[in-house]
Design a binder for this molecule. Structure first.
Ligand code: GCO
Ligand code: MG
Length: 402
């Protein structure tokens, strides 16, 4: 089965998405997500200018060989642009292979290990009261796991708090908007937030929280320790993870579980974190981690060390990524949880899909392939719009991590 054509589709049904579509001589096509938030066109160019010419004429069934060809063959390895482009090719090829076998992708990955994929939703509010009400709304919608983010008293804006409560969209301006951050205000408020959530709703639901890379290791240790009574499912990205050994310091101070990895792109980014059991959940997902082929290797490494998966599932990962991730989630032994931020109706229409949500679980569906397609005509109605993620400064004006 030969690859005869491939193209990149950039569309903005509420937010930007980059999708690769590969066509074969047998009439089958596959798609893969290639979206890198705020840097979309660099991946589109990497695919169009440098990868697609190398794909034409290749055997679409040789998924691993094509992966190796693109990874080793580029000479320049790793990095989010390269790995998102490789991921798109890999996902599209798995989609084609599963369609060729007339099976949902999870069957080719070993079959189901569970009935459904437990997801967490995002409750957020501009202040404590609004956040508490939002947690209640997610409980009513049937979620078993809820991420809780709140505005911090004294700060005008912070990560994870949205105007539109259904769809969190941080890439909000055509040049980066600026947020102001205070670690002191955040650290004194956050234990109070979780105290109130547990007081009002009890301990039945799993609660999660994203620190979004803003603390030093010792500050993260202090936060984790101060949250222990509230039994979090995880504390996410407590400190930037380029320096993997920094997590040793956090581990010395707290038993609050740690999740890391949404910005990683290869197994080497998490090798030490996993092998030293410095984390509990690895957050990498299909699009930014070289596709299904590479992510499976990461999950297998994690399995050896009792680290479970908790794949990134923000709105900037397209339904094509979500579809593929659900087949991965349902078929691996060490699945932990899947993030689920709903897409807008426009996005769902551009990407018709077989996955569905019921009672706090997502189900990949039984359509052959990844179960997600792209409506190209509809996609054309939503042209690309420049959008950037915000940047973050301390109160004295110094740059901080967003
Ligand atoms: C999450 C993430 C996102 C990212 C976003 C960046 O946990 O879902 O932190 O909100 O900030 O995906 O593009
Ligand atoms: Mg995060």
């Amino acid at each position: 089965m030969k690859i005869v054509d491939a193209k990149v589709i950039v569309t903005c049904p509420g937010r930007n998405f980059v999708t690769l579509k590969i066509q074969t001589d047998q009439g089958l096509h596959g798609i893969g997500d290639a979206t890198l938030n705020g840097r979309e066109l660099s991946v589109a160019s990497y695919l169009t200018d440098h990868i697609i010419p190398c794909l034409i004429g290749r055997d679409a069934s040789q998924i691993e060989d094509i992966w190796q060809y693109l990874y080793r063959g580029a000479y320049w390895r790793r990095g989010p642009v390269t790995m998102s482009a490789i991921a798109a090719v890999d996902t599209a090829l798995w989609d084609i292979k599963a369609k060729f076998c007339n099976q949902p992708l999870y069957q080719l990955l070993g079959g189901k290990c569970r009935d459904g994929v437990m997801v967490y939703g995002h409750a957020n509010g501009s202040d404590l009261e609004e956040t508490l009400d939002e947690v209640g709304r997610y409980i009513e919608m049937g979620y078993h796991a809820i991420r809780v983010q709140s505005g911090v008293p004294g700060l005008n804006s912070t990560y994870g708090v949205s105007k539109n409560k259904m769809y969190y969209e941080p890439a909000d301006a055509n040049l980066p908007s600026e947020n102001i951050w205070s670690t002191e205000k955040y650290l004194s408020f956050t234990p109070r937030l979780f105290d109130k959530v547990r007081e009002r709703y009890g301990f039945d639901k799993r609660l999660l929280h994203d620190v979004h890379h803003r603390l030093t290791p010792i500050e993260a240790g202090r936060l984790g320790k101060s949250l222990e009574d509230y039994q979090l499912f995880w504390m996410e990205d407590p400190t930037p993870a380029e320096n993997q050994q920094a997590f040793r310091l956090i581990r010395q101070h707290t038993t609050t579980p740690i999740a890391v990895g949404e910005v990683f792109n290869t197994i080497y980014d998490c090798q030490q974190l996993i092998q030293e059991q410095l984390i509990d959940y690895i957050r990498m997902t299909v699009v930014h981690s070289g596709g299904i082929s590479h992510l499976r290797k990461i999950a297998s490494l994690a399995e050896l060390y009792q680290v479970r998966t908790g794949s990134h599932g923000a709105t900037d990962l397209s339904p094509a990524c979500m579809g593929a991730a659900l087949h991965f989630d349902i078929s691996i032994p060490n699945f932990g949880i899947q993030e689920y931020m709903r897409h807008t109706q426009e996005t769902d229409e551009v990407f018709p899909h077989s996955y569905s949500f019921k009672n706090g679980y997502l189900y990949p569906g039984d359509a052959p392939g990844i179960g997600v397609d792209i409506d190209e005509n509809l996609a054309k109605k939503y042209p690309y719009k420049p959008a950037y993620l915000p940047v973050n400064r301390l109160e004295d004006g110094s740059m901080h991590n967003w």
